[in-house]
Design a protein around this ligand. Structure first.
Ligand code: NDP
Length: 267
């Protein structure tokens, strides 16, 4: 029986286990995908276990997308460019880090809109925003603006990736075709947190939310009310999960089964 899992702290809110276990079962793969909720002081010991027991693959979430890098044999070119690892796999005895979050961003957007030459505002300047910028550059979105609560982080990211930047309050100066909500504000908070006032959202915008817990965040509710095109956070989870599954198993992922497993468990 092979072991995979999600490494995060906390990890219990993740829907990756239901998604991947449904995929393994459907293909008759003898594997289990577990929660590895590991506190920072236990990370070192955890990676000894990964190597001793040859844990076959890991998804990585907050706060470890950069912290795992010293424990790996190498990080591939995509992981290096994005500057964060969200998937770990073995290749010829070496433990490798990569990042497939950008695939989640790209495919979720392409389900609803073209990306090329579209103006985009990204809310947030953390690891998830970095994967969004990578996907947007690959698909020739332009211009890309990063708005963040902490201006210095938006500026640093904008300089690294050649984007525009500002504070969240600057949103009213832009009228982007695509808005990507990549902050963690409102995560696990059903009452929601307002990042952009509803009056500034327009019906011709495509608004993508990355948070899937809860599924109806404040910006998702507001975007629906103004008649915008909405992409909810579980689409990114699904598409990046399918990419990781295929990397680990070298088999075509059972997309609809993994999709159904997520959708049945949304709150
Ligand atoms: P990081 O911790 O790296 O970044 C968090 C970002 O959120 C920062 O820009 C931070 O701003 C901003 N932020 C946090 N709280 C607030 C607040 N109250 N008001 C305004 N801004 C705030 O997290 P990640 O980039 O890794 O993840 C961001 C979100 O994306 C998370 O909620 C995560 O769950 C989700 N995600 C979803 C995925 C999916 O598959 N659906 C995949 C990856 C991430 P500041 O710089 O000022 O601190």
């Amino acid at each position: 029986m092979d072991t995979y899992g999600i490494l995060a702290f906390p990890a219990h809110h993740s829907l990756s286990p239901v998604m991947h276990n449904a995929g393994f079962k459907a293909l008759g793969i003898k594997a289990s995908y577990d929660f590895f909720e590991i506190s920072p002081e236990k990370l070192d010991d955890f990676f000894k276990t990964v190597r001793d027991k040859k844990i076959k693959g890991l998804s990585v979430s907050g706060p470890y997308k950069q912290a795992v890098i010293p424990f790996l044999d190498s990080v591939d070119i995509v992981g290096k460019k994005i500057g964060a690892v969200n998937t770990i796999y073995w290749d010829k005895g070496s433990l490798i880090g990569t990042n497939v979050d950008w695939i989640g961003v790209e495919k979720s957007l392409l389900e609803k809109t073209q990306i090329e030459n579209k103006s985009v505002v990204i809310l947030g300047a953390g690891g998830a925003a970095r994967s969004a910028i990578y996907a947007l550059h690959k698909n020739d979105a332009w211009p890309i603006t990063i708005l963040n609560r902490t201006l210095s982080r938006a500026k640093a990211l904008a300089e690294e990736f050649n984007c525009e930047y500002g504070e969240l309050d600057d949103f009213e100066s832009y009228s982007p075709k695509i808005v990507i909500q990549a902050t963690s504000a409102g995560l696990n908070r059903r009452e929601g947190v307002e990042i952009v006032p509803k009056e500034l959202l327009e019906s011709n915008m495509v608004i993508m939310e990355m948070i899937y817990n809860p599924i109806e965040t404040r910006i998702v509710r507001d975007a629906r009310e103004v008649g915008a095109t909405v992409i909810t956070g579980e689409r990114m989870l699904l598409h990046q999960g399918v990419a990781a599954f295929e990397l680990w198993t070298s088999q075509k992922a059972p997309f609809s089964i993994m999709e159904e497993a997520i959708n049945k468990n949304l709150r």
